[in-house]
Design a binder for this molecule. Structure first.
Ligand code: PAF
Length: 282
């Protein structure tokens, strides 16, 4: 597996492949690859001739008190996993390669949605995500990019950016990959103790219970939210938010509303000091 660390080398490597008509897939990651990333790479290698897996721990999407310093870093293992799943190249630039003049002055923002849900607890997070994703799109000139649905708000904002700014790239949403227990796969699961990991099942179980209630006819937003909140709280977790949002616009439904459209339940909760997110579409 070739690991490329310079932007110019990646461009020089991909240009002739593009000329030959090869379809280029991009799987943007921050490293610490797990089965969820493996699924993204599997999707890319099934659809594209060339798959670039970017591994870049993007500092500008982390807040001051967040986990940038302790985020797991293991490039060689990431490259091995990427290769096993059909990745062609790993693009692993340094921070100075991506941001040679320090934090970029030109940032991409989503005026309406970046401050909702995760964005309201992580100010500047989505600005950092959209900016680095736009850079990766421009650097790779990929035809298709693959993102996991666990980061539901993230993929929604990326799709909106692609529409708003006419990026010539197709975005593919890949379903959440869960551990056999039901816990959504995340690099941050590594922070959990064995006990916390067990308790964190309160999230996925709560989401499934809410879906069962919905399937049985429950349509009140607060009742649906409360099922998830109670499941998290009764397992010792601390809810950051549980919202029912429109799948079409991502706008939150009012607590007293009756669900009459396709919605998604979005959750963020802490188990110990670890913040986890998850969601389920109804
Ligand atoms: O989802 C992630 O891992 C990151 O937010 C992304 C999309 C790679 C941008 O840094």
């Amino acid at each position: 597996m070739k690991i490329i660390s310079s932007i110019s080398e990646l461009r020089e490597t991909l240009a002739p492949l593009r000329k030959q008509g090869k379809k280029i897939g991009l799987v943007p990651t921050m490293g610490a690859l797990h089965e969820g990333h493996a699924s993204l790479i599997d999707h890319s290698s099934a659809e594209c001739d060339v798959t670039v897996v970017s591994v870049f721990l993007n500092p500008i999407q982390f807040g001051k008190n967040e986990d940038l310093d302790k985020y797991p870093r293991r490039l060689q293992a990431d490259a091995k996993l990427a290769e096993e799943h059909g990745g062609t190249f790993v693009f692993a630039p340094s921070v100075s390669e991506m941001y040679p003049n320090g934090d970029p002055l030109t940032l991409i923002r989503d005026e309406s949605l970046e401050g909702l849900y995760c964005g309201s607890y992580r100010p500047g997070h989505f600005r950092g995500v959209l900016t680095v994703v736009a850079k990766l799109f421009l650097i790779s000139c990929a035809d298709v990019a693959f993102f996991g649905e666990k980061d539901y708000q993230q993929v929604f904002l990326i799709e909106q950016m692609v529409r708003d700014l006419n990026f010539p790239i197709k975005i593919v949403r890949v379903p959440i990959v869960r551990e056999p227990s039901g816990l959504a796969r995340s690099s941050r699961n590594e922070y959990l103790t064995a006990e916390e990991k067990n308790l964190a099942l309160g999230i996925s179980r709560g989401l499934l219970a809410a879906k069962s209630a919905f399937d049985a006819g429950e349509r009140n937003v607060d009742n649906i939210r409360n099922i998830v909140k109670q499941s998290i709280a009764s397992n010792g977790g601390t809810v950051q938010y549980v919202e029912v949002a429109s799948q079409a616009t991502l706008a939150a439904l009012d607590g007293s509303a009756t669900i009459g459209e396709k919605v998604v339940i979005l959750v963020a909760a802490f188990f110990g000091t670890t913040r986890l997110i998850d969601n389920i579409e109804l």
